[in-house]
Design a protein around this ligand. Sequence first.
Ligand code: NA7
Length: 536
Amino acid sequence: MTEQDRYDAVIVGAGFSGLYMLHHLRELGFSAVVLDRAAGVGGTWYWNRYPGARCDVESLVYSYSFSGDLEQEWEWTEKYPTQPEILRYANHVADRFDLRRDIRFETGVEKARWDDAANTWTIETDTGSTIVAHHYIMATGCLSHRKFAEVPGVDDYQGETYHTGRWPHEGVDFTGKRVGIIGTGSSAIQSIPIIAAEAEHLTVFQRTPNFSLPANNRLLSAGEQETMKANYRDHREAARTSGFGIPNPEPEKSALEATEEERQAAYEAAWEAGHLVRMLLSFNDMITNKEANETACEFVREKIRSIVTDAQVAEDLCPYNHPIGTKRPCLDTGYYATYNRDNVDLVNLRRTPIEAFTPNGIKTSGKEYEFDAIVFATGFDAMTGALVAVDIEGKDGVTLKEKWQDGPRTFLGLLVNGFPNFYTITGPTSPSVFSNMMVSIEQHVEWVGACMANLRETGKVAIEPTVEAEDYWVEHNNEAGDETLYPLAESWYMGSNVPGKPRVLMPYIGGVGVYREECDEIVADGYRGCVLTDAA
Ligand code: NA7
């Protein structure tokens, strides 16, 4: 083994987590290498190139705060950034901070094994290389491990197939084609209007209707950028202490105490602004009280009924089986109106479920459909999928997959008992997808950096949370979830989009600010709940 293959840290993933982790560790004087299966940086935004892919957190907010210069020099063009623009930003960051020389692209991690005697991780890649590192950091993102439709015969289908999470880089031309799309989550809702405008015919297979608000996207004015850039420090601080990592006034009133006029005005304002957090924070009991939440559900359903001209299609598009927000709500551009097009059909899979794929298309219990192309907008094995996909072996030969067979067990969504010096950036049971990811990524990266620096300064070789600390955190995470409506939905937050996956609320709903305080207190208490090992 050469010195080149020994590092202080191996980081898996060259998305926004991995890029900042590398930069931050370098600044702290650590050696680190990033491994990524992709041929370029960007993580989620490298892979998710489907038509209409766009972030639904505003661009000026969905950006790094760690460098004032970067913040000031980068110009966003739209309110909600497109995937190509976000990818350009990721590439700019990689170049600006000279990150590429420590990133190995087209390199997947297959196995990682903890060596208790040496206090190191040995990482094996699919290129045949082996790397030894003191610390092992998974920066693999929350939505990176794809899932397909669990329907027999998918290999029998002879036409073109695409998954929104692995869209061809050269794009796809659907002109003149009969297209079927499975799914009505964010990826489908963003891409359906664009595919419908191009294809000869589009058939949407919907299992669960979703709540979507119009993005009302637009170009950013120079004045808006200037104002934000002048106030970035205050804004970032407000984001860090907020609930969802996006500053928004904390509501004082219950939806049930408000008058009908007040409710309509609040929901209309959020709808017009195209702002999901504002909708969920219209009143203080939106995510805790079903009756309160239902008032917003009905507001959105009324909007759907007013946009979609066919009454049956409108009703099929109306969600009734989950409170708004408890499945990831969406932002769209012309989604509901797309169903008024002559070349678009909606198939309600609750009435006529898919039975099988055929050589020519899809057979439901009601009809056989023929397609030139099928798009799987079927989502991801979220939060844990990418972590357990790697064979990660901790102490005593126990793998992470075995340890998490009944659901993820972590301390703070950052550390795992039995897996020393192992860190998960925006891991399960941290705020992660219940927040502006950039805010949570920066917090985790900085926490891990400080932790590694602390070990180095105090002459320790390893950190690992105790079982008790982990139990406390898992319980706390579940209790926080149980105070909300989230467990009522079958959602990827709950793991219930993947057959057989344990049903637990994986992201932490206690709030970004509260969570940050907890993390900071644990450090201030000398890494309370963790065992720090002295050098032998
Ligand atoms: P999502 O939000 O998980 O959406 C996946 C969609 O695919 C959803 O409508 C699913 O229905 C549907 N689906 C999944 N499996 C099947 C099968 N077997 N049959 C029929 N329909 C199926 O993934 P996205 O990629 O859209 O978005 C992921 C996140 O990225 C999003 O939430 C944002 O945070 C950004 P279901 O609801 O499970 O009934």
